[in-house]
Design a protein around this ligand. Sequence first.
Ligand code: ADE
Length: 346
Amino acid sequence: MSSKNTDSKADSQNTQETSPEKGDVNFLDQTLRPAVWADYIGQKNIKDNLQILLTAAAQRKHPPEHLLFYGPPGLGKTTLAHLIAKETRAQLKSTSGPAIEKVGDLASILTNLSPGDILFIDEIHRLNKTIEEVLYPAMESGSLDIIIGKGPSARTIQLDLPPFTLIAATTRIALLSAPLRSRFSGGVFKLEFYTNEEIEQIIERSAKILKVEIDAEAKKEIAKRSRFTPRTANYLLKRSRDLAQVRESKLSKETVMEALNLLGIDEVGLNATDRALLMVIEDKFNGGPVGLNTLAAALSEEQATIEDVYEPYLLQLGFIERTSRGRTITDRARKHLGKKVRGLDL
Ligand code: ADE
């Protein structure tokens, strides 16, 4: 939650109303975030489906049904939630699974919604089970069931909630219970990695907003190292812009390469941890298979971080494989690392 948010109502509810005027710390990310469908690049299938769903709901004068977005970090789950709010002129209240600690927190958030509001819950897989069960009737029938008292004298009271739309995001769909998943009646959407062309378009758009001139080669170089991920592309663009500014030079391919080499990001976008992960599998465990827990211990990383942050891109590149006995490294990765290939999988 933003500590700068002085809206006491929002603060007391563990929610955040995000807009630059409210002093959001991520002002820049907010400005790079597309505010209209026309500016939202890629994820065509999701976009097409959402546009129909939102238009139909508006025609019926009803809030859209609940939506769930999942996929690796940085692909635009939060961006989509903000975009839907802007396009439908709804107020977005934003919170996250770990921020909702007690049933009372959720009750407070839900009872303070206004009709037509969008409630965005990020990292919904981290919501605890008791709280999840309070969410079911709220999503299904717009009612909040609260138990008052304990033992034989306990009573349930039912509060009617204003009509609202829940938009949730997760990097870990497998951790969501089937009952929770089934309540996203508007749909469950998987965000895919972007193509190189889409990433280049995103970089071009961001460069315009940041008022930096970037040539085609520099754009290609950033895209190549962006892990097919808009958040990474924007981050690399900003760091390259910083170097160009300090050097008083143009944002050329050379500047990009220097900036990204300084950050330890190689030509396919791997950082030091990605490379360490591959090296550990190759050198310590003879190419694998190695279990996730062993890998996490060897790298001093959380298992969830390895699964959420590092593995999706390494899998996408075909640098690692997941087998029932653990992770293995491929010859393609060996080649990239300058290691001897074994001729098994290329
Ligand atoms: N910024 C982050 N995701 C984006 C997208 N899909 N299109 C345009 N800009 C973005």
